[in-house]
Design a binder for this molecule. Structure first.
Ligand code: DGY
Length: 323
């Protein structure tokens, strides 16, 4: 009987996933809350056939070179910007990810942040708790409305669509979007219009980012882009931190170039507590929790395990990413 393939799981993931893996693989699970340092990860995968990685684990050519037996990297995320896909393809390593199952949870957080930023929830709740709630003030904590306003979706993929669907059908928002290709479902179901980024920035009251991180989208939002937005605009990012030039965002929030921002992702993560963005009352920051529901994380673990097993047995993955 041949030995089970060896697998390293770079963090504790929901039991649903580990239970699926156990009968097929000899799996070692990294027990700590914090990710294994790069050198430790390299040592751990040296003799492995498979790796379950997280978005905090860099899977680069150096790591792949150190793991000559590696056949599969199954990422516990939809985003794969932590993986050098070209290097994996060159070395014949298959890569899996977990799209679809986190769409709804992520769209919920995009809307949550949008509302929190528009209605100054972080700032007003902190003021209430810290004794700055003196009376019912006709001019206190005034925010922005949503009904009938314009929403700009940057990247009309699954999550962009789910976010726009909530805001179009729930608040009657007009939807503009950018995308590499037209999105007939968005045009038809959300009465959405595809525009270029400049038009979207100039017209939108809310701008929500849903692009993946790649060389084209890195730093997509800088001083110039914030200057094109309305002074009443709210900016939301649930995609990846490096899509935004954070110094430019902080300046735009500080000077009133835009009204507020809601971020689920930053660069770096975690964002240091003394970072300027944390000091700005018009910036709401969550610690990358968009997919953090019990059901969603269980589903991510299931797909991630299925991808791993399929990769190791030469079968089609539930979701495979190609360079
Ligand atoms: C992803 O999957 O890419 C999210 O950022 C984390 O759930």
């Amino acid at each position: 009987m041949s030995a089970k393939p060896r697998v390293f799981v770079a963090r504790r993931i929901p039991a649903v996933g580990l239970d699926l893996i156990a009968p097929h693989c000899a799996a070692e699970v990294w027990p700590d809350l914090l990710p294994p340092p790069a050198s430790v990860l390299r040592d751990q995968v040296r003799d492995c056939d498979g790796l379950i990685s997280l978005l905090t684990d860099r899977v680069d050519d150096e790591l792949l070179a150190a793991a000559p037996k590696l056949r599969v990297v199954s990422n516990f995320a939809v985003g794969v910007n932590n993986i050098d896909l070209a290097a994996a393809a060159r070395r014949g390593v298959r890569v899996g990810n977990t799209p679809g199952v986190l769409t709804e949870a992520t769209a919920d957080i995009a809307v949550t942040l949008l509302l929190a930023a528009a209605r100054r929830l972080g700032e007003s709740a902190t003021d209430a708790r810290d004794g700055r709630w003196q009376t019912w003030d006709p001019l206190g904590w005034l925010g922005q409305d949503l009904v009938g306003r314009t929403l700009g979706i940057v990247g009309m993929g699954r999550i962009g669509f789910a976010t726009a669907k909530r805001l179009h059908h729930g608040w009657g928002m007009r939807v503009l979007y950018t995308a590499r290709a037209p999105k007939p479902a968005a045009d038809r179901d959300l009465n959405a219009t595809r525009v270029d980024l400049d038009e979207l920035l100039g017209e939108s009251d809310y701008v929500s980012v849903h692009t993946d991180l790649n060389p084209e989208t890195k730093g997509l939002f800088g001083a110039q882009q914030f200057r094109k937005m309305k002074p009443t605009a709210v900016f939301v990012n649930t995609a990846r931190g490096p899509v935004v030039d954070q110094a430019a965002l902080a300046a735009a929030l500080r000077t009133g170039t835009i009204f507020a921002a809601g971020l689920d992702v930053t660069d770096p993560e975690p964002l240091p507590p003394d970072h300027e963005l944390f000091g700005l009352p018009n910036c709401v920051i969550a610690p990358h929790i968009a997919s953090a529901t019990v059901h969603t994380r269980n589903e991510m673990a299931r797909i991630c395990a299925e991808n791993l097993i399929a990769g190791l047995t030469g079968k089609p993955m539930t979701s495979e990413v190609r360079a």
